[in-house]
Design a protein around this ligand. Structure first.
Ligand SMILES: [Zn+2]
Length: 235
C-alpha cells in the first residue's frame, strides 16, 4: 500500500505533459519529504484522517492474507475515529482546540477511557447510547490482540465490515449536523503536519480517497467491504 505523490515544481514546468507521479510509503506523521528526480525539495501532506489510513491498511492486510494484522488495524481505526468524533463534538460546543488537547491527555493512554468518553459524548450530543461492536466481535478482537488467535479471512472481513458500518454511519451523522466542526478538526489535524520551516516553500496537499471516504457527500450508503477490497489498487 503506497501513497501517490507528485512534485509541484515539476508539474508547474510540465503543465502540458500532465502530472509526474511517484509513490511514497505511508508513515505515521502524514507528512512526506523527498527530492524528486529533478532535485526539487518536495513536501506533501495528506488530508486524510488517521482512522481512514488505518482502516485502509486493514483492508490491504486482508487482501494480502494477513488477517490478524487486519483485525488489529481495524481496531485502532475505530479507536482513532472515536477520538475524532469526541473532538468534533467538543469543537461544535465552542470548546477551544488547546483545551480539548489538554483534556485528551487524561484518556490518551487507555482505550477503555476513550470508549467511556465517546459513549457519553455521543449520549450528550444525540441523546442515545452509541452502537458499538457486538459482544462476539469484541471477543474476537480480544482473542486476536491478546491471545494470539489467528482469524480466517471471513472473520476478519466481517469484523472490518462492522467497524466500517459504525464509522461511516457516525461520520455521516457528524457531517450532517456538525459540518463546520468536522472541517475545523480536519484543519487542525492537517496543520499539525506542517512545520514552521515550511514557510516560503511549496507544500502540496493530497487526498486520494479511502474506503471510509470522509469527503463523500449525499445520503448514507452501506459499503460492502469485500467489494471494496476487490477494488483496491496496487501501486
Ligand atoms: Zn520536481
Amino acid at each position: 500500500m503506497k501513497l501517490l505523490v507528485s512534485c509541484a515544481e515539476c508539474n508547474k514546468e510540465n503543465l502540458s505533459q500532465g502530472m509526474v507521479m511517484t509513490t511514497a510509503e505511508f508513515n505515521d506523521s502524514g507528512r512526506y519529504e523527498y527530492k524528486c528526480h529533478k532535485g526539487h525539495d518536495v513536501i506533501v501532506i495528506i488530508f486524510e484522517e488517521k482512522f481512514e489510513i488505518l482502516f485502509e491498511i486493514g483492508a490491504y492486510a486482508i487482501a494480502d492474507g494477513y488477517y490478524r494484522e487486519a483485525v488489529s488495524s481495524f481496531t485502532t481505526a475505530l479507536e482513532r475515529f472515536y477520538e475524532f468524533f469526541i473532538k468534533v463534538i467538543c469543537i461544535s460546543k465552542g470548546i477551544e482546540w488547546e483545551t480539548i488537547l489538554d483534556t485528551w491527555k487524561i484518556v490518551s493512554a487507555q482505550s477503555e477511557r476513550q470508549l467511556g468518553a465517546f459513549a457519553f459524548v455521543h449520549l450528550i450530543d444525540q441523546g442515545t447510547k452509541p452502537t458499538l461492536l457486538s459482544n462476539s466481535q469484541i471477543e474476537l478482537r480480544n482473542k486476536v490482540i491478546h491471545k494470539g488467535y489467528i482469524p480466517d479471512s471471513d472473520q476478519a472481513t466481517k469484523y472490518g465490515q462492522a467497524v466500517l458500518n459504525i464509522i461511516r454511519q457516525l461520520s455521516f451523522f457528524i457531517k450532517e449536523n456538525h459540518q463546520a466542526a468536522v472541517n475545523e478538526v480536519k484543519r487542525y489535524n492537517s496543520e499539525s503536519r506542517r512545520r514552521e520551516s515550511d514557510n516560503g516553500k511549496l507544500v502540496t496537499g493530497v487526498s486520494g480517497g479511502t474506503i471510509i471516504d470522509l469527503r463523500s457527500h449525499g445520503a448514507y450508503l452501506e459499503k460492502d467491504l469485500k467489494t471494496e477490497i476487490s477494488n483496491l489498487k496496487y501501486l
